[in-house]
Design a protein around this ligand. Structure first.
Ligand code: ZN
Length: 244
């Protein structure tokens, strides 16, 4: 279940969070994730033993980095990557999003955490599956991997051009009926459902996946949205996951 913590101003997954794992999908109230102080302030108060904050560059790639902290810097930037996994404890993995889909991963037996950012480019190239493959590569097991899909633009607001539709359909023909709707003459794509289906395809048990149909564009009170706010008042939500 995904639920809101009004003190921390984050949504979190009850599948991920326990006495060792701590993850959250930030809201507008938490602050703009593009500002590094948002993550540092949050970690200093709420993650007392944190070693480093890990910030992938986010270039709409499907590159995944297996990170381990060098213990020199408390902020670590990783270039040309959109997904990070680690066996480290106390390394806070982050992504920022404003309409794109943030996804967090926790392999509970091996103690692996992961986080990824996928917009339409990452989704069409199966970023979520690449994350799971990478977690398995370093020793993770499917039945021990828990996944939470965070707030992103909903099908209600995500209309796409025909050209993009054909890109998706050539890769995900079997899902067409589930992920597309025609609304007022335009094609709408359900990006988070597509990511959910991709995760299911890998063989992760359904009970290990948390998914809640948010829409960042509809919900101005709680979320930033690129499509809604790109000219004024734009920010991005900070998402993070860490193991103690
Ligand atoms: Zn909407």
């Amino acid at each position: 279940m995904i639920t809101y913590d009004s003190d921390l101003k984050i949504f979190y997954s009850t599948l991920i969070n326990d006495d060792k794992f701590f993850g959250g999908f930030g809201t507008r109230a938490l602050g703009d994730g593009r500002n590094i102080d948002t993550a540092i302030n949050f970690a200093q108060i709420n993650i007392p033993n944190f070693k480093t904050i890990v910030i992938p560059e986010q270039i709409h790639s499907v590159n995944v980095t297996n990170f381990s902290a060098n213990l020199i810097d408390n902020v670590e930037r990783i270039s040309e990557t959109d997904g990070v996994i680690t066996k480290d404890s106390n390394s806070v993995l982050t992504v920022i999003t404003g309409d794109c889909v943030p996804i967090m991963f926790a392999e509970k037996k091996q103690g692996i955490t992961g986080i990824s950012h996928q917009g339409w480019r990452g989704s069409v190239k199966r970023m979520a599956q690449k994350m799971i493959n990478k977690i398995i590569e370093i020793g993770g097991k499917k039945e021990d991997i828990f996944v939470a899909i965070g707030p992103s633009i909903g099908e209600c607001c995500y209309d796409i051009e025909d050209e993009r539709y054909y890109q998706f359909i050539s890769e995900f023909d079997g899902y067409a009926k589930k992920i597309f709707r025609r609304h007022q003459g335009k094609l709408h794509l359900n990006l988070s459902l597509l990511n959910y289906l991709q995760i299911m395809e890998t063989g992760i048990p359904k009970k290990n996946i948390d998914y809640f149909p948010f829409c960042t564009k509809c919900d101005k009170k709680r979320f930033f949205s690129f499509r809604r706010d790109k000219k004024v008042d734009y920010g991005e939500m900070l998402s993070f996951v860490v193991r103690s």
